[in-house]
Design a protein around this ligand. Sequence first.
Ligand SMILES: Nc1ncnc2c1ncn2[C@@H]1O[C@H](COP(=O)(O)OP(=O)(O)OP(=O)(O)O)[C@@H](O)[C@H]1O
Ligand SMILES: [Mg+2]
Length: 314
Amino acid sequence: MLLNDQRIVIVAGKGGVGKTTVAASLAVTSANKGLRTLIVSTDPAHSLSDILESRCKHSPTRILPGLDAIEIDAEALAARHVNDIARAMKQYAHPDAWPDIDRQLKASVTAPGTIEAALVEHLAELLSEMIETYDRIILDTAPTGHTLRLLSLPDQLGDWTESLLDQREHHRRMADQLGSDESRQHRQVAERLRARRDRLRIAHDILTDRIRACALVVLTPERLPILESQRLIQGLAQTGIQVAGLIVNGLLPSESIDPFLQRRRAQQESRLTEIQKTFADYPQMHLELSAESPAGTKALQRIGLHILDHARDS
Ligand SMILES: Nc1ncnc2c1ncn2[C@@H]1O[C@H](COP(=O)(O)OP(=O)(O)OP(=O)(O)O)[C@@H](O)[C@H]1O
Ligand SMILES: [Mg+2]
């Protein structure tokens, strides 16, 4: 079975293999079946709006009855995240040091780590808030490396926050002993850290719960996507995320009389055999390359139905 009733479906894979197309198709079909559906793009280079032919915003945007979409604005999130840090730091620093704080933090807004940390915190918030609002949440992710880092972050950031809390607790005890009024500030910081740790914990628990969440790996029948899918599946397993199956996209028509297409299709056949063997433990399904790039809800519904039909059969 490719897909059960998991509420959260993570669509992952190498760049350009058809992740957004598959994610949007599943979203449209799920909504048309009557499931309250949300599709969230975590890829900073969004293409969800183009494929859905609707303008998706940073907050839930209605696409169809029963279907909402979000394109997370990671840069705006990172800027807000850094502003929050600046505000918290200024509470402890002398006003003379504030320009320095602003300068240093401004430079960190565009750092990849900052954007990812802000993204994962926002995703954690979304998942814990929206898990009861929607019957299905589909995550359209960025290419492999970025997604793996993102998905393993709730766990890593949770551990890191835990150790910060330990240090805070140690300092608070010292401040208490000295009778200092710093202990109130310590308590405020600790509260923020605790709320953050709890959010990250919830996100980690949701994503690694096999009943509630799974990943679908999309690839094309070519050498590099096969290699990258192996790494992706290993990484997902390490993070504790269940892989429900593989969708092999972009198959050429088998009955073509064009010699060029026949040769390409023959190459694809041997890659398909390789995929069958390499990923024998996982259900697999094939999607043909269509003459036109699928966009708009009608075309996506057709692909989604094909995937869900297969999900029932496999
Ligand atoms: N089955 C298909 N038939 C025809 N065109 C397809 C098919 N699947 C995907 N495409 C086209 O291939 C291109 C890449 O697809 P898509 O954007 O879904 O990939 P992606 O994996 O999300 O890419 P990225 O890694 O850049 O986010 C798009 O132009 C899309 O319309
Ligand atoms: Mg995409």
